[in-house]
Design a protein around this ligand. Structure first.
Ligand code: GN1
Ligand code: MG
Length: 379
């Protein structure tokens, strides 16, 4: 805690720190809430996982460009509650003597303590995130993520890929093949036959659908599918709602980068349409909920009306299948690699997640035709 206080003090925050406590349940970064004394703003402190985001400078300049652009748009349409509608990152304190910091228009919004990278943003007051949503909230979230993409369609800055080829299915499959070849943790060749048999079964199941799931890369190569600025981590809990249930803003902007629209559409449904958490071992409860799909797609198509092409639209059902599949491949590769990427709470955690996501994928695939009919009916 002492150490964290010292870190927060490097940033130009207002008010005195009262306490700092862990916040949220992200799988990559470490997040804390910084409460200040009195009525002023509270803050969010995050340690940026630079094993995952290796170019922190690029990461923060993407985020600054995105929040600046959205803030401008909101101001232009007379938004009164800007503070709760877009994240604001706090620059480092200028230490008086550092001329380059003083004259720079865009002072740095991250701090490197010699080992770790940190950043601070304003905590959004009276905002709520949810782990599950009903169809009504899903429709609003769909429109809000659609609007988010629409707002960023004319961003003047060129954003880089903070994780190159982040949602490239071909790459994710190659990484799984490599993991299986290396079998670093020895999990594919365990003495326990029933476990290694299960792992091989999952591998062959993934192999069966691999090519079909790489349709996006294929369409892109044929020049039929553009990359646009997307959020790329549209988990349900990355959207904030106000006390009356209205959408406030989108958070967790680390992965905002050029991608296919399938990323945002598919990843939201991966978490929202599954009645249980992505790491639930209760496989019989895993199901792809069509009511959530219908509501979310209605909202999303409304929000993306200004730009969505027919090819993008007709492939939204594919996106809904792709994301549980891709996540299964990523969790499984991490399991085989010996759990080096995602935080885990117990040794089989990544395997449990893999089973869950494969089950969700199968459920979504079984509803693909229903999804297509629904999307076509939305006109
Ligand atoms: C990670 O950090 P968090 O929990 O928001 C991951 C996402 C996965 C998700 C699975 C940079 O997101 O891509 O979908 O876990 N983020 C990164 O829960 O890999
Ligand atoms: Mg998150």
């Amino acid at each position: 805690m002492e150490n964290l206080v010292e870190i927060v003090k490097k940033f130009a925050i207002e008010g005195d720190i009262k306490d700092i406590k862990p916040l949220g349940n992200g799988l990559i970064n470490d997040t804390y809430k910084v409460t200040t004394k009195g009525n002023g703003d509270d803050y969010v402190l995050q340690r940026i996982n630079n094993a995952v985001f290796t170019d922190v400078d690029l990461l923060q300049s993407n985020i600054e460009a995105v929040t600046r652009h959205i803030r401008k748009k909101l101001e232009a349409c007379g938004e009164k509650d800007i503070k709760r509608r877009v994240l604001r990152f706090i620059p480092l304190k200028s230490e008086g003597e550092k001329l380059d910091v003083l004259i720079s228009e865009n002072p740095k919004t991250y701090y490197f303590d010699g080992q770790k990278y940190w950043r601070v943003s304003v905590f959004i007051q009276d905002a709520y995130t949810y782990e599950t949503v009903d169809p009504h909230y899903s429709e609003m979230a769909g429109e809000a993520f659609g609007n988010f993409e629409a707002m960023l369609a004319d961003i003047p800055d060129k954003l880089g890929e903070t994780i190159p080829d982040f949602h490239n299915m071909e790459l994710r499959l190659r990484q799984l093949v490599q993991a299986a070849r290396d079998d670093k943790a020895g999990r594919l060749h365990e003495d326990d036959h029933s476990e290694s048999q299960e792992l091989h079964k999952i591998l062959s199941e993934i192999d069966k659908y691999g090519e079909e799931m790489c349709k996006a890369e294929q369409l892109h190569r044929e020049g039929k599918l553009p990359k646009r600025i997307c959020h790329c981590d549209t988990k349900v809990n990355n959207m904030m709602f106000d006390e009356d249930g209205n959408v406030l803003c989108v958070i967790d902007l680390d992965t905002v980068m050029p991608s296919f629209v399938f990323s945002d559409f598919g990843d939201f449904l991966r978490t929202a349409a599954n009645p249980v958490a992505e790491d639930s071992p209760e496989l019989d409860k895993v199901d792809f909920d069509m009511n959530i799909f219908k509501a979310f797609s209605r909202g999303y198509i409304k929000g993306t009306k200004p730009f969505l092409t027919p090819i993008e639209k007709e492939n939204l059902p594919y996106a809904a299948c792709l994301f549980p599949f891709m996540q299964a491949v990523r969790f499984f590769a991490d399991y085989i690699n010996g759990d080096t990427y995602y935080k885990i709470k117990y040794p089989e955690h990544n395997l449990v997640r893999t089973r869950n996501q494969m089950r969700l994928f199968e459920s979504a695939m079984s509803k693909a035709q229903q999804m297509k009919d629904w999307i076509a009916s939305l006109g």
